[in-house]
Ligand binder design. Structure first.
Ligand code: GTR
Length: 365
């Protein structure tokens, strides 16, 4: 068992556990101050700070086509264009929703941030089906299945930080001239999470959906994004964080062979984060706040974390350890769910089943 004690990390007093390996890891019991200072640290040092105008966005919704009944009568398909206007431009993206029929009242929903080929994985026509988004199975269990493509918010590539929503809310021309973006400026994970919040804006306007029971779901880079979306937007009642690994649910202070480090991730994907994150390259064990504290910011809302046993890069043991360390932030420990399934890095039916079972145990029907 770990020994528990209160220590200060210079910004907040935090309940800490001295783990078996001797390192001190902080276990949060939030008060308003410690929650705010912890979140501020993660934004300024890892995921970046959003421009003010993006925090109060001008958003509108337009039906792309009339609703159509599909899935042998089991669901109504809604397709919506979400348009956001910022000081520097406009960005639109498409949302697809399948809402179960034949059940009374507004439906709880799973919103997938799709980071894979949209044609193959979130096909609105259902000609192509994938277990990455088993919309039929989700609907069968009485939940609405909603999805959007992260690349429609900002492209997942090196120039990602200057296109899509960035070109609406940031003076990217000035950044290009200066040859760098401001050190604390938001990265694409934050932009994609922002997209999930815009979908939530639409959900709130849609009477067939229950905005009080929406889970934001993502895999891998999408899993990091789902966690960030859940933490930043308290309208999400649940976040399902699948095989998110480094800068997601994996603890930094754990040395696992083959697992991605801050050096690896900032070398390959600097644009996912703010530039300040590079401060922590080769200093994974020195970060003053570790990922379990970020996960704990979900409390008291629902958090589901999923790992795959053969996913060495994401470091399943580090994802499980974060859950163990974060759990004290919830009065009811059952509100943080963890599963590990056999197999490789993927979002599959076993993962979806775990997330839907968790929702049902929490009274979502
Ligand atoms: C890897 C990346 C991981 C993970 C993964 C994915 O290349 O290093 O952090 O996000 O991609 O999104 O599939």
């Amino acid at each position: 068992m770990s020994e528990m004690k209160w220590v200060s990390n210079g910004m907040a007093a935090i309940l800490c556990a001295v783990t078996a390996c001797g390192c001190v890891t902080s276990v949060p019991k939030w008060n308003e101050h410690s929650r705010a200072t912890t979140l501020a640290w993660f934004l300024a040092n890892e995921y970046g700070v959003r421009p003010k105008a993006a925090e109060t966005p001008d958003v509108s919704f337009a039906a792309m086509e009339p609703d159509v009944t599909m899935m042998e009568g089991r669901a109504v398909r809604k397709r919506v264009t979400v348009t956001c206007r910022g000081p520097y431009g406009t960005n639109s993206f498409a949302v697809t929703a399948f809402v179960p029929t034949g059940v009374k009242g507004p439906r709880p929903a799973f919103l997938l941030i799709c980071n894979r080929d949209p044609a193959a994985n979130i096909d609105p026509s259902r000609t192509r089906k994938s277990n990455f988004w088993p919309a039929e199975k989700i609907v069968e269990r009485g939940f609405a299945a909603i999805a959007f493509y992260n690349g429609d918010i900002a492209p997942d590539c090196a120039v990602g930080n200057s296109e899509g929503v960035f070109a609406c809310y940031d003076n990217v021309r000035a950044w290009r001239k200066a040859c760098h973006r401001p050190h604390e400026a938001w990265g694409t994970l934050s932009a994609w999470a922002w997209g999930a919040s815009r979908v939530m804006d639409w959900i709130e306007s849609e009477p067939t959906l229950d905005a009080k029971r929406v889970a934001v779901v993502g895999h891998s880079r999408g899993g990091k994004t789902a966690l960030l979306a859940g933490v930043l937007d308290s309208r999400f009642a649940m976040a399902c964080v699948n095989e998110s690994g480094c800068s997601g649910a994996k603890l930094n202070r754990i040395d696992l062979p083959g697992a991605e480090t801050i050096a690896d991730i900032t070398r390959s994907f600097p644009y996912w984060f703010c530039n300040n994150y590079r401060t922590w390259v080769n200093r994974d064990a020195e970060v003053p706040f570790d990922q379990h504290q970020f996960m704990a910011l979900m409390a008291p809302r629902l958090l589901a974390v999923g790992s795959a046993a053969d996913d060495a890069l994401a470091g399943p043991a580090g994802e499980e350890e974060s859950c163990r360390l974060a759990r004290p932030a919830w009065d009811d420990p059952a509100k943080l769910d963890y599963h590990v399934r056999p197999g490789k890095h993927d979002l599959n039916l076993a993962d979806w089943t775990a997330y839907m079972d968790f929702a049902e145990r929490q009274g979502w029907r």
